[in-house]
Write a new protein. Structure first.
Length: 319
């Protein structure tokens, strides 16, 4: 059993919420039920006082948490292969394939990255979500960093919050932006579709940078960099500015095909099975040694094949 100290200050957005609600946002790596248990056990203090889960908190108050890391009894180890690019006693980096859910949730109680990590290293059961500090959507491919020790977990979470971990993506979108730019728009739950996210007033601040990598006839390949890490952020932001991701069944709208495209191009776009998004570069300082580290992931075969077909489409219609 390990203990980790966390602190957070109630801001204007959290002011007036119940302690369990505010702490769930401040310490989002832990489940609401786990936080409620710690509050009841006196492991959370507000300005030095122990309070109840339903007590309200106000702007400027400091919340201190003594997190007790015990094995997660709801996630079982499973022998699922992981493509591990780097590993030491404090962290590992994996290259996630499409179709692999990151951690158990509604409808996905097993067969996840978290189950695989617990098989890889049973001691990671003592860390929140087996050391997972950020997520990729089920059908997004690419790089993820995972903590293997309490000190690494704490520092990686802090580095993410401080935007010190750089995550760069490759995204194929519908449309032809005239130039790169940024999207700064708050993201929260869709008011009518609870499983979806949306740009909404009062959502969490989110900023996405993008630049042109390659142009096709009606599509564009973008280099995308995150400043924040909201759920579905790239997918929501690009759809918001009317450049949705190819293959995104949730935010992408109807399929769009280049005019007079060959059957090969039409088939490639129709059959692409997921959102065209790949986490291709990850850079950070090692949480213990402070060594600068960088990893890159090659473009997966399905996305590479689609890009190649769109290049052929451009060549077929040149001139």
């Amino acid at each position: 059993m390990e203990e980790i100290q966390h602190q957070g200050v109630v801001d204007r957005e959290l002011s007036g919420l119940r302690l369990d609600q505010a702490s769930a946002r401040l310490f989002s790596d832990y489940s609401r039920s786990r936080l409620q248990n710690w509050i009841k056990a006196g492991r959370m203090q507000v300005d030095g006082e122990v309070r109840k889960p339903r007590d309200k908190v106000w702007e400027g108050e400091r919340i201190c948490l003594q997190a007790v890391l015990e094995p997660d009894q709801h996630c079982e180890p499973e022998d699922i292969p992981l493509d591990i690019l780097y590993q030491d006693e404090h962290l590992l980096v994996i290259d996630k394939p499409a179709g692999l859910v990151v951690h158990p949730g509604s409808g996905n109680r097993s067969g996840t990255v978290q189950n695989a990590l617990l098989h890889q290293d049973p001691e990671m059961a003592g860390l929140p979500r087996a050391g997972i500090v950020h997520r990729l959507d089920k059908d997004t491919t690419g790089l993820m960093v995972v903590a293997r020790s309490p000190v690494a977990h704490k520092r990686l979470v802090e580095a993410l919050q401080a935007r010190a971990i750089k995550r760069e993506y490759l995204a194929l979108v519908v449309g032809r932006p005239t130039a790169g730019g940024e999207v700064e728009a708050p993201i929260g739950r869709h008011p009518g579709k609870r499983v979806c996210m949306a740009v909404v007033p009062g959502g969490k601040p989110a900023r996405t940078h993008y630049r042109i990598n390659e142009r096709f006839r009606i599509h564009t390949l973008l280099d995308v960099r995150l400043e924040s890490g909201r759920t579905h952020q790239i997918r929501v932001h690009m759809a918001h500015i009317r450049y949705p991701l190819v293959g995104d069944s949730v935010y992408g709208g109807r399929l769009k095909l280049p005019p007079n495209a060959s059957e090969a191009t039409r088939a490639a776009l129709r059959s692409f099975p997921r959102q065209a998004l790949h986490a291709r570069r990850l850079s950070l300082q090692h949480p213990v040694t402070a060594e600068p580290l960088v990893w890159e992931s090659p473009v997966p075969a399905d996305l590479n094949g689609l890009i190649g077909q769109l290049r052929e489409d451009v060549a077929e219609h040149a001139g």
